[in-house]
Each structure stands twice: as C-alpha cells, then as structure tokens.
Design a protein around this ligand. Structure first.
Ligand SMILES: [Zn+2]
Length: 127
C-alpha cells in the first residue's frame, strides 16, 4: 500500500466517492447492487484500467461491496463548431472541426458520473 502512486490515489478516492454516493442514493439496497456503470469522458483523465485496479483495492477494505462489479464506459470528445454548425469527434486531441476551424466548444468528453446501477433482481421484476 505504501507504493501506491499519486494517480492511483486519485482513482481510489474516486471509487470511495462512488461508494459514498451509492450509500446516499440507495441506503437500503447496497447489498442488491451488482453493477455500477460509470461514464467517463476522455477529458476527465480517468483511466478505465486504473479505475478497475482501484476498485479491487477499495473492495478489499470494504467487503460489503464484494458482490459489485464496475463497468467503465468511455465517451469520446465531441466539439461543436460555431462556424459551420457541425458536431465532430476529436481525434488525437486535435480540436479542429473537419471544416478546418479550431474549436474549443466541448460538448462531450468531460463527464465523470454514475450513469446507472444494476440490481440483482432487476430481471425478475421485468418478468
Ligand atoms: Zn466547422
């Protein structure tokens, strides 16, 4: 534990924050949660693999979360061009619209949120 890097500490505190949020949102249903779907934009500086590693580390400390798994959904960066009105995906951090105009008008890519939570008996409820 002493060798954990600063980056990993960052991810660990994110995972702890996720658990605290779930405790606030679903105080009675924590044992029923099976999957946490986390949406992260490419600009949020959250690496899925580091999140998964941090998730394992935190679960060792907080075994009540043992039954959960983390699913990280990465969103590409989208910019909107005020010049031509188009929305396009940023590749290799080049914030330039296909029309040639640079744009810093980011409309997707900075997300860091719990997009949904799946409970163990959701399927049973649907049937
Ligand atoms: Zn454009």
């Amino acid at each position: 534990m002493l060798l954990i890097s600063r980056i990993k500490m960052h991810e660990i505190s994110l995972v702890r924050n996720i658990f605290r949020t779930l405790e606030e949102e679903f105080p009675k249903d924590i044992p029923r949660i099976r999957t946490i779907n986390l949406t992260v934009g490419l600009l949020s500086n959250v690496q899925p693999i580091l999140m998964q590693n941090a998730f394992k580390v935190v679960i060792e400390d907080e075994p009540q979360y043992n039954q959960m798994c983390l699913n990280v959904i990465v969103l590409p960066i989208l910019i909107h061009c005020d010049d031509c009105g188009k929305t396009s995906e940023v590749e290799k951090y080049r914030f330039v619209c296909p029309c040639g105009k640079p744009s810093r008008n980011v409309i997707q890519g900075e997300e860091l949120l719990i997009s949904s939570v799946e409970f163990d008996d959701v399927e049973n409820n649907i049937k």
